[in-house]
Design a protein around this ligand. Structure first.
Ligand code: ARG
Length: 468
């Protein structure tokens, strides 16, 4: 009797207990190497720290450690130089690298996985990866913030209608509107920083789920990799993906903020508004209508909000209902993360370019403040200052607006005598109050749109971003 050949399974790092080769369909279905190869740098960094720890603890010799480090460096160069051959039958990045290492350096390579499991290994790789990418996102957010601040500086003094319900509400400074986005992105940066702080906890050493009996030193690995703490519970460590969910949530909010801006740019660049002109280099044409110039970039940024939100939803659903600890479902965490990151980074960087290619139509914006009774609240506040209860003032001004509407005129068009038929408290100084500049500059409350407040906010923003 001859031995049944075991061609593929024996090549597997976990092949020992199997007597049949894995079905090709299974290899195809379970493989993640086509996307998790992205983690190779972090996988190698984690393995190097792990190997150093093993040597320090006497679990491998210094020579073995040196061979491992040298082999991993070489593999890193091969992957970077596109000469590394990835093997789908080795499932993922972890086993592709480990197998290649053993083929390169022999038995020392087989010692690398001592006291470690792919379950804690992948938790480490992902955290290392997100730590780097989170910082990259922060840099892009700061660049976009600078774009807003530059525009706010350039257009300081320009008035425009501020909207609620997309109805003209009260006049504001364009710079105030732009700095609202500075604030949103500032919170996005803070949110990401918080996420990274919770995420930067070293998971290696949880092993498969229960820890290990081998004398490892987790604190050492943490220090090697620049983490200040280690995870507390081995079962939580390999089962947890909160950090990835939180990261995806941060990405989603960023994309939603960009999407809101995108929506405004689409509206504002339309003939109906004509508030802004997007530079030709950042627009596209129509294949049938020769006159068209379309705001495709903001539209796509807005469209991609669905995609990033979908990634968050996808991982939320993957995690829901998983029993402790690691389950293969968790392999589904990577694609949404990669896709969300690609999308958010591309959107942030093109949006920053777009901001530098906007020209606001200040006359059009100014003109739009003149219709729509936008200083009605100022008139009510004027009466309040003369001691009329606000609710009464609201009623009085409402009746004045109704009269204006009936006649098709604006508040400033009414004669003083006419205004006084509604309230004797109204005097000649009302016209200054009803002017757009008067209205804007009266809003001096902290965080308000008065030019003094906006100029202060702008100074603070510039200082924070290191713009002089
Ligand atoms: N590729 C796997 C993942 O991304 C690595 C961990 C596999 N662990 C296991 N026990 N099969 O989740």
């Amino acid at each position: 009797m001859t031995d049944t050949p075991r061609p593929t399974s024996s090549a597997k790092l976990w092949g020992g207990r199997f007597s049949e080769a894995t079905a090709a369909s299974v290899e195809k279905f379970t493989a993640s190497i086509h996307y998790d190869a992205r983690l190779y740098r972090h996988d190698i960094a984690g393995s190097m720290a792990h190997a150093r720890m093993l040597a320090r603890q006497g679990l491998i010799s210094d020579e073995e450690c040196a061979a491992i480090i040298g082999g991993l460096e070489e593999i890193g160069r091969e992957i970077a130089g596109n000469t590394f051959v990835f093997r789908p039958e080795l499932e993922d990045i972890h086993m592709n690298i480990e197998k290649a290492l053993t083929e390169k350096i022999g038995p020392a390579g087989e010692k690398l996985h001592t006291g470690r499991s792919r379950n804690d290994q992948v938790a480490l790789d992902l955290r290392l990866y997100l730590r780097d990418e989170g910082k990259a996102v922060d840099t892009l957010l700061a660049a976009a913030q600078k774009g807003f601040v530059r525009l706010a500086r350039r257009y300081l003094g320009t008035v425009m209608p501020g909207y609620t319900h997309l109805q003209r509400a009260q006049p504001v400074l364009l710079s105030h509107h732009l700095l609202a986005y500075f604030e949103m992105l500032d919170r996005d940066r803070g949110r990401m920083a918080d996420c990274l702080e919770r995420l930067c906890v070293m998971p290696l050493g949880a092993a498969a789920l229960a820890g290990t009996g081998l004398p490892i030193d987790r604190e050492f690995v943490a220090r090697e990799l620049g983490f200040s703490t280690i995870t507390a519970n081995s079962m939580d460590t390999v089962g947890d993906r909160d950090f990835a969910l939180e990261f995806l949530f941060c990405c989603t909010v960023i994309q939603l903020h960009l999407s809101r801006l995108a929506e405004e740019l689409v509206l504002w660049s339309s003939k109906e508004f004509e508030f802004v002109r997007i530079g030709d280099r950042y627009c596209t044409g129509s294949s049938i209508m020769p006159q068209k110039k379309n705001p495709d970039i903001p539209e796509l940024i807005r469209g991609k909000a669905g995609r990033v939100t979908g990634s968050l939803m996808s991982l939320l659903m993957t995690v829901k209902g998983l029993p402790l600890t690691y389950n293969r479902d968790l392999q589904e965490d990577k694609e949404p993360i990669f896709d969300a990151l690609d999308t958010v980074q591309a959107s942030l960087s093109i949006m920053a370019e777009l901001l530098d290619n906007l020209t606001f139509n200040t006359e059009k914006m100014q003109a739009a403040t003149l219709g729509g009774f936008m200083t009605a609240t100022d008139l009510a506040d004027y009466l309040v200052r003369k001691n009329m209860p606000f609710r009464q003032a609201h009623g009085v001004v409402g009746r004045i607006v109704a009269l204006c509407q009936q006649r098709g005129v604006e508040l400033v068009d009414l004669k003083l005598d006419e205004l006084r038929t509604f309230s004797k408290l109204i005097e000649a100084d009302i016209y200054q109050v009803l002017s757009i500049a008067g209205s804007v500059n009266s809003r001096v409350s902290a965080g308000g749109t008065a030019e003094v407040r906006v100029a202060e906010a702008l100074d603070r923003a510039e200082q924070q971003l290191g713009i002089s």
